[in-house]
Design a protein around this ligand. Sequence first.
Ligand SMILES: NC(=O)C1=CN([C@@H]2O[C@H](COP(=O)(O)OP(=O)(O)OC[C@H]3O[C@@H](n4cnc5c(N)ncnc54)[C@H](OP(=O)(O)O)[C@@H]3O)[C@@H](O)[C@H]2O)C=CC1
Ligand SMILES: O=C(O)CCC(=O)C(=O)O
Length: 446
Amino acid sequence: MSNINDSLNIIKTRNANEPEFLQAVTEVAESIFPFVEQNPIYRDNKVFERMVEPERAILFRVPWVNDKGEVEVNRGYRVQMNSAIGPYKGGLRFHPSVTLSVLKFLAFEQVFKNSLTGLPMGGGKGGSDFDPKGKSDNEVMRFCQSFMTELYRHVGADIDIPAGDIGVGKREIGYLFGQYKRIKGEFTGVLTGKGAEWGGSHIRPEATGYGLIYFVEEILKTQNLNMKDKIVTVSGSGNVAQFAVEKCIEKGAKVVTMSDSEGFIHDPQGIDSEKLAFIRDLKEVKRGRIKEYAKRFPGVTFYANERPWKIKCDIALPNATQNELNLEDASKLITNGCICVAEGANMPCTPEAVNAFNSSNIFYAPGKASNAGGVAVSGLEMSQNSQRYSWTREEVDQKLKKVMKDIHDICVKFGKDENGRVNYERGANIGGFVKIADAMLAQGVV
Ligand SMILES: NC(=O)C1=CN([C@@H]2O[C@H](COP(=O)(O)OP(=O)(O)OC[C@H]3O[C@@H](n4cnc5c(N)ncnc54)[C@H](OP(=O)(O)O)[C@@H]3O)[C@@H](O)[C@H]2O)C=CC1
Ligand SMILES: O=C(O)CCC(=O)C(=O)O
């Protein structure tokens, strides 16, 4: 029988040019290999070796015409990673940093995350190196139409159901959906994150940020703590960050930072609902930069090209992008007495930072568990679309809370050590793995 560590070496050689993908795979491998060794049926059937190979990865040309009448060409992708427990499901990212490696890491994480939600969803991810920043609505529309003109043949309500991610929000989902409907001549739930008036679920825009805070509350509960009066640092100012901040305010916590790719603002008075409304308008309508906040509100400092982790806090929520919190940042958080770091973004903490957290008293929640609320409500959107029915805000919110609590329970079940301390990283990785692995075993070597 082959040694699972030999397999990791083969995976590293085969994907040598894909650093983000290897980072995600190595992180999972380190948690699950001891478990796989104890359960040789997974090792002998090469379940992990199969899981790291996408079922397919589609790469395509996306030509479009800008407002000056010039032709532009971008690259589009869809990575269909694993369909053992349901159709492929995962977001689309439009950002200049998108590569096959980035999308493979995101698709791989998505497989585990979707499994943790308890809903029947496989994992995938897609996107493009297109940058929506600075583009007109018409340019974004033409790009989305061209993107879907190829993507439509690979997706479908029971095949692969994309959604939003960085650079893809309600506007882009609308243009993508419109083009799919025009080409196929059918109104189906092929995308999630749709407007509530045309098939979207209530609470989907809020779900990732709200779910993150529900998960943090579950962690705090284990220590008889809650969110009230906690100082929170947040990175990002997009979808996930905005709704995480909204829920923190509702729970009585004080959020003192937000950021974008140009730097972060520190508001020692705290971001209240009125200030958050300013940020929402700035980001969703004006599509402006976070530094405007420091010009608008007194007592606020803008730190250009810096990240917020040096600011003292009880809870840190990295909600922007991958590898935005490194060992130096982690050491600062530990020294400053932070209690909990919960990832709203996918893989925002480097492996060195994660190891530092897990060796300290900080509770570290990996994104595949703590940010799963978004895709969970996407799964609920799919159910509502299938039934041609729509649940109320309250109903969806209750279901979201239950999913986040259940994920917390899974992390405790698989992550508790002999001293009773929970390693959420190990818990999420093993908990996510078992369900997919068992489905793969049941379905034979495919
Ligand atoms: N939307 C969802 O439902 C889910 C999202 N996630 C993850 O959450 C994270 C944020 O996504 P979302 O809020 O949807 O995306 P948005 O596009 O709405 O917002 C992204 C935010 O992160 C900042 N950002 C993006 N790239 C960088 C970078 N390279 N350096 C610094 N800041 C950056 C953006 O700043 P700027 O505007 O300057 O680029 C912006 O503030 C991602 O990791 C995503 O994968 C996870 C689960 C679900
Ligand atoms: O809602 C979805 O399908 C995707 C959400 C997503 O991309 C993610 O969880 O990272």
